[in-house]
Ligand binder design. Structure first.
Ligand code: KMH
Ligand code: ZN
Length: 280
């Protein structure tokens, strides 16, 4: 997993919304069901094969309400072939018990963050008991977890999870390095490579994202090291100096272009399903 040899395509994940930006500050952020679906369609056309979703309520606030989650999963499935991943991270204010209920919406995949981290001035809580419960429930419900690694300690916690509970549903282990969160590992090539070098042997694929200004450096580092890519307004809203992202598909198209130049063109949704061991 640490070498680029044999990695011939690129999984591009789009994380279009997140829980942190306010619609009032960023009106182009997709928050309504209609906006999420049209974003999904456009990002699939631009080269994404997986969508990482946080859902907003009628007031555009982050919600883990089961009705909203289920409606989004169904609508994105109806309109696209994208692998649908729901965030179990939610927002820093969501209680752990409610974050576990995300699986009730029956996504293809769920995020699973491998440890607590400072998150700006807040704390993103992921104690061992929560990680462990979420992991086992995902196994039982045949949902494929994507392990979110914000720090090097999270890589070690992932190894503990695999040692304790065995492989996830589908038999594949895909991790995503989320770099550049204030409180987590920095969005640098050096930090990313340290994380990659520590990955347990069970890991079958990895992707990376750089929050904010680390976006492009981490993308380039991941591509050159055999990693896959995550982009989207959850992570970065600046397309280039002085230019705010108007639509998530701009970020997907740029990632797809760079991946194609690197002779690792975007994977199709079916190829991504096979890579991740997601249910057909
Ligand atoms: N919104 C962050 C507190 C995830 O989606 O699983 C957590 C997050 C990670 O975005
Ligand atoms: Zn997220």
């Amino acid at each position: 997993t640490t070498s680029s040899a044999g990695v011939t395509g690129t999984l591009i994940t789009v994380a279009p919304t997140g829980a942190e930006h306010a619609k009032a500050d960023l009106p182009q952020l997709p928050t309504t069901l209609e906006e999420v679906v049209s974003t999904a369609v456009r990002c699939e056309a631009a080269g994404a094969s997986l969508i990482h979703l946080h859902i907003r309520d009628a007031e555009h606030r982050p919600t883990l309400d089961g009705g909203y989650l289920r409606a989004a999963v169904d609508a994105v499935r109806e309109a696209t072939d994208l692998v649908v991943q729901l965030s179990t991270g939610g927002s820093v204010h969501d209680p752990l018990e409610q974050r576990l209920t995300v699986l009730d919406a029956e996504p293809d995949s769920c995020s699973l963050t491998c440890g607590t981290t400072n998150f700006g001035d807040d704390v993103f809580l992921n104690p061992w008991g929560f990680m462990s419960d979420l992991y086992v429930q995902a196994q039982e419900r045949e949902v494929v977890p994507e392990f979110e690694l914000f720090d090097l300690g999270h890589v070690h916690a992932l190894a503990r999870l695999l040692d304790t509970h065995g492989l996830p549903f589908g038999g594949k282990v895909h991790v995503d390095f989320v770099t550049g969160v204030p409180g987590g590992m920095p969005a640098t090539t050096a930090a990313l490579m340290a994380g990659v070098s520590m990955l347990p042997a069970e890991v079958t694929s990895w992707s990376a994202t750089g929050i904010g200004r680390g976006h492009l450096p981490v993308m380039a580092a991941a591509l050159s090291a055999g990693g896959h890519l995550r982009v989207g307004m959850e992570d970065n809203v600046v397309f280039r100096r002085g230019q705010i992202v108007e639509h998530n598909d701009e970020l997907v198209a740029r990632a797809a272009g760079l991946a194609t130049v690197m002779q690792r063109p975007p994977l199709t949704c079916d190829e991504t399903r096979a890579l991740l061991g997601v249910k057909e």
